[in-house]
Design a protein around this ligand. Structure first.
Ligand code: FAD
Length: 437
């Protein structure tokens, strides 16, 4: 039998992570067959493809994107880009979502990715085959997919990149008595624009990126907004927004009770409480994984199950520069498949994950925040780059990321008016005037 020398890779998802995986696989034709990218919708871009509809697609699957109409990025384009593919210089630093979608389409065009995407094809099952091998791990993977026309297909691969995103399945923490609430309850996944909320009283739960941004949009149409959260109060809350502690219950008369004992009635309760991890095509226990709503473990380098080092979960970390993150993870994963990274034994990999969890717990990090990298992301990229022998992201990304965080904390309403320019690998500067458009 002819010996297979090129690795066959399946990529699940045609969002930024999946496109990044495809781009790097295609750049190494001597080691990899062209990838098969499975994409359940009829378009690329994932989150960045704006869907006005909420609910389900025509085939009954839930709408994937949580993008809202007027969203502008919360990272400037200088650190949102893939490191090898800058955005157009003429764009402002903080982009409307349509510019990101156009950027991804150009990325795809430049690397000739689209012809490798199977659109309208949902992955229903990923099955490890030949589990008993000399090395102990699965060597091939069956991908069972279904097209919107209903045809089922099974194809076999040596490796799988899981790039299905994790901003789609609303996380709704339980509030005692919620059944008594008389107003409308919704999650930011189904929020598109502020007009339907004009002059209504809205309690927004959660003050992360979406909670703050949506509150600002609502206040601008004269909604009475209470932003309820347990993070430190903003010193300069945006105009028209009152802050309150967490909602701890709903009384029988439908009023919301806050942690500080105060109560209020509201027309709308809007959960901006994040999203669950969801891999409906996998059996986590088969891979030795524990998948909870906000948490997946153990993944060596936040990337691969120790017993199955040919399946890679790209981009499950949070509070990161996503595109830079995907780029490093993909390069590392390909180095693993090429054999240039020598992985520790599965036992050692599991222990390393446990040590990392312990280190975080010792510093007071709750399990549900274990995948938030934030300041730790830069050392993580250096580590991946050292092991995978590729050039790490330039130090200027870290320094600009920190600057943007300072500006966002100082003024969450105006920080997007600032424009930046990268000077070289270590320096950035402020632009006096916005770039011409
Ligand atoms: P996604 O973009 O979610 O793509 C996943 C793809 O997988 C989708 O196309 C989906 O259809 C497909 N898919 C899922 N399941 C299957 C299946 N079973 N079979 C086949 N295909 C499947 N990031 C930033 O860098 N800057 C920002 O300003 C920013 N703002 C954001 C604002 C909002 C409201 C949200 C929700 C996210 C934001 N993000 C931002 C994060 C954003 O999610 C990432 O930038 C990026 O889109 C994640 O890419 P991904 O490829 O991992 O996932």
């Amino acid at each position: 039998m002819e010996r297979r020398i090129r690795t066959r890779v399946a990529v699940i998802g045609g969002g930024p992570a999946g496109l990044c995986a495809a781009r790097h696989i295609l750049s190494r034709p001597e080691a990899f067959d062209p990838p098969v990218v499975y994409e359940m919708t009829d378009h690329l871009g994932g989150t960045w493809f704006y869907e006005e509809r909420v609910g389900t697609y025509d085939d009954g699957y839930p709408i994937h994107s949580s993008m809202y109409r007027d969203l502008r990025t919360n990272l400037p384009k200088e650190i949102m880009m893939f490191p090898d593919f800058p955005f157009d210089d003429r764009l402002p630093s903080f982009l409307h979502h349509t510019s990101v979608q156009q950027y991804l389409e150009k990325y795809c065009e430049k690397h000739d990715i689209a012809r490798h995407i199977k659109f309208n094809t949902v992955v229903e099952k990923v099955k490890p085959v030949s589990m008993e091998t000399e090395t102990g791990g699965a060597v091939t993977w069956e991908i069972i997919s279904r097209s919107t026309r209903g045809d089922q297909n099974t194809q076999t691969f040596d490796s799988v990149f899981v790039c299905n995103g994790h901003y789609s399945d609303p996380h709704l923490p339980y509030i005692p008595g919620i059944e008594h609430f008389k107003g409308k309850v919704l999650h930011s996944h189904s929020y598109r624009c502020p007009e339907p909320f004009a002059n209504k009283s809205v309690v927004v739960l959660g003050a992360k990126a979406s909670g703050v941004d949506i509150s600002i949009e609502l206040a601008q149409v004269n909604a009475q907004v209470i932003l309820s959260h347990n993070t430190p109060p903003m010193s300069l809350p945006p105009l028209g927004i009152r802050q309150a502690r967490a909602v701890v219950g709903v009384s029988e008369d439908g009023s919301l009770q806050f942690q500080d004992g105060s109560v209020t009635q509201a027309d709308i309760l809007l959960f901006c409480t994040g999203y669950n991890f969801n891999f409906p095509f996998l059996c986590p226990s088969e891979l030795g994984l524990d998948v909870q709503d906000l948490f997946v473990t153990p993944l060596y380098k936040y990337l691969l199950p120790p017993g199955f080092p040919s399946v890679f979960f790209i981009g499950i970390c949070k509070t990161i520069c996503p595109f830079i993150h995907f780029d490093c993870q993909v390069k590392f994963a390909l180095a693993v498949l090429e054999g240039s990274v020598k992985l520790p034994s599965p036992e050692e990999m599991k222990k390393e994950v446990q040590r990392e969890m312990q280190r975080k717990q010792d510093t007071g990090v709750q399990l549900k925040h274990f995948l938030n990298l934030d300041k730790d992301q830069w050392d993580y990229y250096l580590d991946l780059a050292r092991m995978g022998r590729f050039t790490p992201p330039q130090p200027v990304f870290e320094s600009l990321y920190e600057e943007v965080r300072r500006q966002r904390q100082k003024d969450p309403q105006k920080y997007r008016q600032i424009n930046y320019r990268l000077i070289d690998a270590t320096q950035w500067e402020l632009l006096e005037a916005p770039p011409e458009q």
